[in-house]
Design a protein around this ligand. Structure first.
Ligand code: MLT
Length: 321
């Protein structure tokens, strides 16, 4: 029924003379995590630039919870009229396996605007946490596994994925403390209420530089110019520990193609905005190319990543009901 309604709406939308002026009012872009975290940071930078191109405000709506799946479900159910979007990351793919029940179908409930950026991660700790390097962290965690706490943004978050890979790599399960985003988690990390986490550089670079948190290693093959002096996990003794957090913009299935085309064009313009490029660079990341900021590239990436992470997650045995 929804498909018929969406198709009818889409056709009416296309036919309506008003459509040519899309967008005629503010657009909502849902961030499926709390304000102040890495996904929020990326979204606000891109949305601000896109809104200039579209001539309408893009209002960011933080809908946190359940590792990003609540926010994704909100957008899946929204009217496919071009006025509700989702900016989400790799969690869109991992949640497809992690959650036995989702309020949406990962590969059927969304249309695609384009990829945005691929953000590195860094293993960070409270300044009060004893270990001072990655090898010291691994030894300490193994010897104190029942008292060490690891923060993440819920099952399905990038911080959850990195933690799952880390615990598998050292063969040591840990107590995790879930938050609605790594923005609030970082606050507790700086205060020493939680011991360590793996988070995106878009949330941690400034705090590392200001020595408000410790940085053990990045999850990249090469060291990051934005984090001089921080070794890669490979250099620090954990080989082949690399994970990048790709981000994309989605719309509810049935969103009219001319609206999607305008959104993709605005996204590509935003990713070439010198301010966006400079801010991304200062936070350890770069925008994708125009060829990747397309619906086809995002759809291909999502399908590949759902397939890639399924066996890894099944092997780690971490699921959510
Ligand atoms: C995560 O996946 O850990 C999220 O990116 C955290 C956030 O954006 O708040």
């Amino acid at each position: 029924m929804r498909k018929i309604l969406a198709a009818a709406l889409g056709a009416a939308f296309l036919a309506s003379p008003a459509f040519a002026d899309y967008p005629e009012r503010a657009i909502t872009m849902v961030v499926p995590f709390s304000a102040g975290g890495p996904t929020d940071t990326v979204t606000r930078l891109v949305a601000e630039s896109m809104s200039k191109e579209l001539g309408q405000q893009i209002v960011v709506d933080n809908v946190g919870g359940a590792g990003g799946t609540l926010g994704a479900g909100r957008v899946a159910k929204a009217e496919p009229d071009g006025y509700t979007l989702l900016l989400h990351h790799i969690g869109m793919a991992t949640s497809d396996t992690l959650y036995r029940k989702l309020a949406y179908k990962t590969l059927e409930s969304f249309d695609y605007v384009g990829l945005v950026t691929d953000v590195p991660m860094v293993i960070v700790a409270s300044p009060k946490f004893e270990p001072n390097d990655l090898k010291g962290l691994i030894d300490y965690v193994k010897a104190n596994k029942d008292k060490v706490t690891y923060a993440n943004a819920g099952i399905g978050a990038a911080s959850h994925l990195c933690g799952m890979l880390f615990m598998s790599a050292i063969n040591t399960p840990l107590t995790t403390v879930p938050y609605k985003g790594t923005g609030p988690a970082l606050t507790d990390l700086m205060g020493g209420q939680v011991d360590f986490m793996c988070d995106q550089t878009t949330n941690t670079t400034n705090q590392i530089k200001e020595k408000k948190i410790k940085a053990y290693a990045t999850t990249t093959a090469q060291p990051l110019a934005a984090l001089p002096g921080v070794p890669t996990a490979g250099e620090a003794g954990l080989p082949d520990f690399t994970v990048g957090i790709w981000h994309g913009i989605y719309a509810p299935k049935g969103t009219p193609k001319p609206a999607l085309d305008k959104l993709t064009a605005a996204l590509q313009k935003a990713l070439q905005d010198p301010n966006v490029v400079a801010r991304f660079a200062s936070l350890g990341t770069v925008p994708v190319t125009n060829e990747e900021a397309t619906p086809a590239a995002l759809e291909k990436k999502l399908k590949e990543e759902v397939a890639r992470w399924k066996p890894v997650i099944q092997q780690a045995g971490q699921f959510a009901d």
